[in-house]
Design a protein around this ligand. Structure first.
Ligand code: ADP
Ligand code: ZN
Length: 299
């Protein structure tokens, strides 16, 4: 039996990617739509999906993986809304409602990073593992946790980007989070690196002291996750992780922070298989939504 066809939207603060797909080998249509104002972007998403459906077939479900904060609790009166985002004009926007109404199929609304982890667990860097974690380090820092094959939701979605970490001893930067200043995101997201060093993260050389501070922050975040919901593997993605020298640096720092404390097999050796990059690349969000759609239809 062919896999169900899923209409997907990866909703980002800069762009949205809408697609019609049933798996990695069957992406039938895909479009990048700029995130401008809701009155423009939402109709553009509906219009693309409707024409894709006319050309490629009726989807069995709609899945949106969104930037946050967002209300992903199905019983909430504002389920499907973007909530307290600092992104102008998107605060308290019903993103799911109008699209779900236009398509008329079962739907699911979750965070972009939850979708990315679900996709990596099905087809990518966490395939075959039931307990995994994901941090995306970009404009903000998002996190996702899967335990026993299920994404952790709780009261809304995780907010691991706002965990507290200890400041690196060489760092006097006050932090960049508008709510908490020196939380993980405030110390280690792309804009924090830029504010600390006075130029965009991608312009700092690989041997710049910025990366030692960054690796320390990310290793602390991984350690904190290990103490709460121990994953067998942690994926680190997002624009900042294009600095591939960070991977061995985070592994080394995590090893130091663990100081021999946890003896689980994935934590032996140099952690090459414990701290890993994502493997689905540009299709991570899209395929994550497809995987969530399949899960929705079978649960
Ligand atoms: P978004 O957060 O919008 O999904 P990204 O994940 O690309 O997008 O994150 C953007 C942030 O990542 C910016 O702060 C940018 O400076 C940083 N960034 C992008 N590319 C690189 C790179 N090659 N090296 C270091 N930082 C980068
Ligand atoms: Zn914060």
């Amino acid at each position: 039996m062919p896999s169900p066809l899923i209409a997907t939207i990866e909703a980002g603060g800069t762009k949205m990617v809408a697609a019609l797909a049933s798996g990695p080998d069957d992406i039938r249509a895909r479009e990048r739509i700029p995130t401008t104002i809701p009155e423009e972007t939402i109709p553009a998403l509906i219009s693309f999906l409707k024409s894709a459906i006319a050309n490629h077939g009726q989807p069995d479900a709609l899945v949106i993986g969104t930037f946050g904060p967002a209300d992903i609790t199905p019983t909430s009166p504002v389920y499907g809304h973007i909530t307290a985002t600092p992104k102008p004009t998107w605060e308290n926007t019903n993103l799911l409602g109008p699209i779900q109404e236009a398509l008329g199929v079962p739907s699911l609304f979750d965070t972009d990073v939850n979708a990315a982890l679900f996709g990596e667990a099905r087809w990518g860097a966490a395939a075959g593992l039931k307990n995994t974690g994901y941090f995306t380090i970009g404009t903000g820092i998002g996190g996702a946790v899967m335990i026993d094959g299920k994404l952790i939701h709780g009261m809304g979605h995780t907010e691991m980007g706002h965990m507290r970490i200890a400041r690196h001893p060489d760092d006097s930067f006050k932090g960049h989070c508008t709510f908490h200043q020196d939380c993980l995101e405030g110390l280690a997201a792309g804009p924090a690196i830029e504010a600390r060093w006075g130029k965009p993260a991608q312009e700092l050389p690989a041997d710049h002291p910025a990366w030692e501070i960054e690796a320390d922050a990310l290793a602390q975040a991984c350690l904190n996750l290990l103490t709460i919901a121990p994953p067998e593997r942690i994926i680190l993605g997002g624009g900042v992780m294009h600095q591939s020298q960070l991977f061995p640096m985070v592994r080394k720092r995590l090893k130091e922070l663990l100081n021999g404390y946890l003896a689980h097999p994935p934590l032996q050796g140099d952690l090459t298989n414990f701290i890993v990059p994502p493997s689905l690349g540009d299709n991570a969000g899209l395929l994550g939504c497809v995987a969530l759609g399949h899960h929705l239809l079978t649960s």
